[in-house]
Every structure is written in C-alpha cells, then in structure tokens.
Design a protein around this ligand. Structure first.
Ligand code: SF4
Length: 421
C-alpha cells in the first residue's frame, strides 16, 4: 500500500526545497500539503504566505489544503507567553498547535504519516520539532517523519530555489509578539497598520494582488517574471483641515511633507488652473487645491519629490474658500526609504505588443484595475502570449507617477543597448 504523507506547510520559502526532498526520499508516496498558520499577523501576511505556498505546490504537482485562520485560538494558546523570546516556550506551544491540527486532519483524511517544513528553517530547533512531532503523532496513531532538510546543502538549495521561483521572502517569523520584539523602540509597527481600503504602492496588499495574478497565469501554463524595484514610499498617518473651526473633508496629494504642529494661516491668493483652483497661503508654501469636480483622491501623473503639503478639497468648498479665508491644518506623513514594489510580466518582455495594467490603488481604493479584468485578458490573449507576440504587464507604484512603467522602460532600453553592442 502507498505511503500517505500529510506535510504541514508554513510558507513557500520553507516548502520549496523541503517538498522536493520528500518527493526524492519517498518517490512512491502520496503527498498532500496542509497550510496551517494561525500564528501569522496581520491577515494580509497570512494570505500572502498562502498564495505563495499554493503557487509552489502547483509547480510541484502537489495538492495543498488551506487551513482556517484561527488567530483567536492561537492567541489563547500562547497567552501568558507574549514576552518570551523567539525559540522559547511560546514557540513550542505554537508548534504544538500547528502539528496537532496537522495530525487531526491527517487522521480524518486517512493519512499514516505527517511531517512539517518548519524543520527547513535555520531559525527553528530541529530536536524540539522532532520531539513535539513524534509525541503528537503517537497520540493519533501516526508516524512523524523527522527529516533534517537542512543537511547536505539544504539551506543553499532552498535559497537558490526561492530566487528562481521569485518567492515572497518574509522578514519575521510570523506572530505579532516576534514582530514587537524585532521592531522594539518604534511608536507603531507599519506592518500592522492598515492604511485604508486601497493597495498602496509597496504594500503587502499590492504584492498579494501581483501574486494572485501570477498564480492564475502560471496555472494557464504562461511564463511569468517579476521585476522588483526600490523607491521612496509615502503614507498619510493623520491629517485635519478646518475652515472657521468646522472640519472639512479633504485628501492629501502624495509626497506632501508633514506640518509641524498646527498651521493657522490665511488664503492669500487663488489661481485657476485646468481642473482646479489653487489656494496659496500667506505663511508657508502649503497649498489647497479646490477641484472643479467633487472630492476625490488625486494620483501623481509623474514622480514628485518630497515637497510642500497639498490639501485637496471638492467643488463644494468653492464658495467657502476665498482670499482671506482662515484655515487650520495638521498633517503627519511617513516616508519609507526602503519601499519595494514590482512589475509582473506575463510572457516575453520583449514582445512587440504589450497590454498594461497596474497593481496599486489610491488609499480609498480608487484607480483600481480589477483582477477579474486582468484574468479575462490573460485568457483572451493566451495564444498570442504563448507565441511570443504579446505580453501582459502589471506595473507597481502607478499612482506615484507611474514608477513601475518608468523602471520597465529603463530595463527595455538597457536590453536594446546591449543587443546593439
Ligand atoms: S516566533 Fe514564530 S514560532 Fe515563535 S510563537 Fe511566534 S510565530 Fe510561532
């Protein structure tokens, strides 16, 4: 009878070599993956790790089940151990929970053996995992396969394959306590803060969007490649605007810098310009844009430097804002010099015809390309892509002045130069 092995999977990076190693050691076994990560915080990170796990399993021809995101259960299990350092008792409880669930599912599905790709991670204690795994498996009448995936250059193989598959590489173990310990000294942890309904350039949500499209395209047998690029990220942390002490609905133009304290000023001049009126203030170079349309977020047409603060209001404020009007403004923004986004190319980058979409949106979710629309286009153009006549490109950081397109342009120009040499 065939061996049936259920493999607990925590992320694509740990899975990519470990699964191949199991396939090599047990060539006749029936393998199934079980992604179970209730420890991961925030949920977008959990989804990102899942989508990368699914992509790797698809590539290796292994079916994978997505476990439930039981965060409350994990918080309850690790209660009282919040401040324990990584590799301590909290981690043992965390492994217990994940392996116990794996054993339960294995039993339900009629599997005889279980294992976990957690044994791949250089940060995990192999002997602790072996002990926990064996005792849980015994309880359920199963066998635990303690495989040291790291042996014989396993870590190097994992790193090499991660690069080849362009797998999202997380920079923390997963739980909020480990993140707090890693980022101690910060007022808040940007990774744990949601900045609205949108997919901001360089955010986890933007990357999740790209990975979802990629998984879809690869399932259709199409070649995909990601081209990451670095840029300076920007976010609004808080802002207020008052006219005659009344709060006013507004948005902020990307790359506006913070205002120190509260700015109390008067409108000194108003100038009409295409789709808006620009209100200049008497004290600083802060501006108020009064749109001729109703209030909306305004993306950047081209990159803008870290510069004067620009508040944007809708045409309903046209009568209220006149020369001499007193305004009260506050603004706190954050810059991130280590932001990364990526362009996804489906098909051959040098194909003559290209269809462009983008992955990011404004903070309120506007300027969004819908995933269904992109997927429809992929299916419609599949043959042309396979024949190398066309590619579909999903660019990142579009709302920050079409940054992704500019980076891609640079790559294409460099390719052209090297071909002509
Ligand atoms: S540090 Fe990692 S293994 Fe330890 S409790 Fe947090 S998520 Fe679990």
């Amino acid at each position: 009878m065939k061996d049936k092995i259920l493999v607990h999977i925590c992320c694509g990076v740990d899975a990519v070599w470990a699964l191949q190693k199991i396939q090599q050691e047990f060539p006749d076994a029936q393998l199934k993956g079980f992604f179970y990560d209730p420890n991961i915080h925030p949920e977008e990170e959990y989804e990102l790790r899942w989508i990368e796990t699914e992509r790797i399993c698809n590539n290796l021809g292994i079916e994978c089940i997505k476990g439930e995101y039981e965060l409350d259960k994990w918080l309850e299990t690790t209660k009282g151990y919040e401040h324990v350092p990584e590799r301590g008792e909290r981690c043992t409880l965390c492994h217990d929970l994940r392996l116990e669930k794996t054993a339960q599912i294995a039993k339900e599905l009629g599997f005889s053996k279980i294992t976990t790709v957690l044994m791949m991670s250089p940060k995990k204690d192999f002997n602790v995992l072996k002990e926990v795994g064996e005792s849980i498996a015994k309880k359920y009448g199963l066998e635990f396969l303690a495989i040291d995936f790291r042996k014989q250059g396993g870590v190097e193989k994992m790193n090499k394959l991660s690069k080849e598959f362009e797998i999202y590489h997380q920079n923390y173990c997963g739980c909020l306590y480990a993140l707090f310990q890693q980022r101690k000294g910060l007022d808040y942890i940007p990774e744990l803060v949601s900045f609205g309904k949108g997919r901001l350039p360089g955010s986890r949500e933007e990357l999740l969007f790209i990975k979802d499209i990629r998984t879809f395209a690869e399932k259709e047998g199409l070649l995909c490649r990601e081209y990451p690029f670095d840029f300076i990220g920007w976010k609004v942390l808080s802002s207020t605007m008052k006219i005659k002490k009344e709060p006013v609905h507004h948005t902020i133009l990307p790359f506006s810098k913070s205002i120190k304290g509260v700015l109390r000023a008067k409108v000194s001049k108003i100038v009409e310009k295409e789709d808006k009126f620009i209100g200049f203030l008497n004290k600083t170079n802060t501006q108020i844009w009064i749109l001729k349309d109703s209030l909306k977020e305004v993306p950047l047409e081209k990159p803008r430097n870290f510069n004067n603060a620009i508040f944007i209001v809708g045409n309903e404020q046209l009568e209220k804002i006149q020369v001499g009007t007193k305004v009260e403004l506050t603004l706190k923004t954050e810059f991130d010099e280590n932001a990364t986004s990526q362009n996804l190319v489906i098909g051959d980058l040098s194909a003559k015809e290209k269809i462009f979409f983008h992955s990011d949106t404004m903070p309120d979710g506007s300027y969004s390309d819908k995933p269904e629309e992109i997927k429809r286009e992929i299916l419609k153009r599949k043959n042309e892509i396979l024949e190398g006549r066309m590619s579909i490109v999903v660019t990142g950081a579009y709302t920050f002045g079409k940054l992704g397109e500019l980076y891609l342009q640079e790559i294409l120009e460099n390719q052209e130069v090297s071909q002509n040499l």
